[in-house]
Ligand binder design. Structure first.
Ligand code: NAP
Length: 318
């Protein structure tokens, strides 16, 4: 079977793919164009796309009878794929859950600590030669240990963040999620049914829901307005879950203390207003950026492709 891979991937992933498939690896790191997506669906049995490859209705409409029957997505988030349109065109879709969980939770904690303790601001000051030495009231941030963390979306990553926060930093965890959860590993984590109550009762709020029509701008002006002035907002999920313009306003007006972001509404565009603010930590979508994690993600995507080729049930259908 012919497998099309839309980006260069770690070598062990390509080796595993080549052991089972006739593989085409696209050498560019840019998202696929419309024409490239059409060609991929027309000329291959399986396509392995990733973040940024916009497999939406117009692409499927342009290929009424695709040769491809599977989109084996590299990544747990698949909001760049219109799954209903893919299925209507006869394609199954899979993703790579689990492989990304710990690394993404680690980036959430990185952002929490950096934002609360003003790490980016401090490093910029030092590198600019503006550090005049330690003094007792210099760059005082928010003490994280023992504070209350609000988690929006208590799935795999949300729970991994909660474990780190509770067991590592003695934080109290409150969470907002769609389906009630039994969380034996997280005794004391408190479900909060109302999003605004959660936002208003926490020192830090982390966003860990998937992007979907339902969660688009879930964190809007009103949700941000519910936050306390000393609180920080962290987003490791997807950019469009937060109304970025409203976030800029809340930060500029000092209605929240800071933000730590790994994802952006119009990625890779980051508003100048965010870049200009010292109390905002900006990472370039590093959630899963560790070699062994990206390798694991790729091997999972190849496993899905292999299961499809061999007629077995797909391990990770969406
Ligand atoms: P997951 O296990 O599916 O967890 C998502 C949680 O969000 C589930 O508990 C889900 O509830 C809940 N949820 C969904 N819609 C909701 C809504 N409207 N209101 C409240 N809660 C809602 O997914 P995951 O593995 O934790 O990943 C979460 C997201 O993180 C991914 O979709 C991806 O976009 C993002 N991510 C980002 C990076 C990065 O590099 N920054 C890396 C990996 C993942 P149910 O139980 O009802 O489904």
């Amino acid at each position: 079977m012919k497998l099309y891979i839309s980006r260069p991937l770690p070598e062990p992933v390509l080796e595993a793919a080549r052991a089972s498939f006739d593989v085409t690896v696209r050498e560019s790191n840019a998202p696929l164009t419309h024409d490239e997506m059409v060609a991929a669906l027309t000329g291959h049995d399986i396509v392995l796309p990733t973040l940024g490859d916009q497999f939406r209705q117009p692409v499927f409409a342009a290929v009424p009878a695709p040769r491809a029957r599977l989109l084996a997505n590299f990544g747990v988030g698949y909001n760049h794929i219109d799954v209903a349109a893919a299925k209507a065109a006869g394609l199954a879709v899979t993703n790579t859950p689990g492989a990304v969980t710990d690394a993404t939770a680690d980036i959430a904690l990185t952002l929490m600590l950096m934002s609360a303790r003003r790490a980016g601001e401090g490093e910029r000051m030092l590198r600019a030669g503006r550090w005049e030495g330690w003094h007792p009231t210099q760059m005082l941030g928010l003490h994280v240990s023992g504070k209350t963390l609000g988690i929006v979306g208590m799935g795999r990553i949300g729970q991994a963040i909660a474990r780190r926060a509770m067991h590592g930093f003695g934080m109290t965890v409150r969470y907002f999620t769609r389906t009630p959860k039994a969380l034996p590993e997280l005794p004391g984590a408190v479900p909060v049914a109302d999003l605004h109550s959660l936002m208003g009762s926490c020192d830090m709020v982390v966003i860990a829901v998937p992007a979907s029509p339902e969660t688009h701008h879930l964190i809007d002006r009103a949700a941000l307005a519910a936050m306390q002035p000393h609180a920080h907002l962290i987003n490791i999920a997807r950019g469009d879950i937060v109304d970025e313009a409203a976030l800029v306003e809340a930060l500029q007006e000092g209605r929240i203390a800071g933000a730590g972001l790994d994802v952006y509404e119009f990625e890779p565009r980051v508003p100048e207003a965010l870049i200009a603010m010292e109390n905002v930590v900006l990472l370039p979508h590093l959630g899963t950026a560790a070699l062994e994690v990206r390798t694991q993600m790729g091997l999972m995507a190849v496993d899905n492709a292999r299961a499809f080729a061999e007629g077995h049930p797909l391990p990770n259908p969406v």
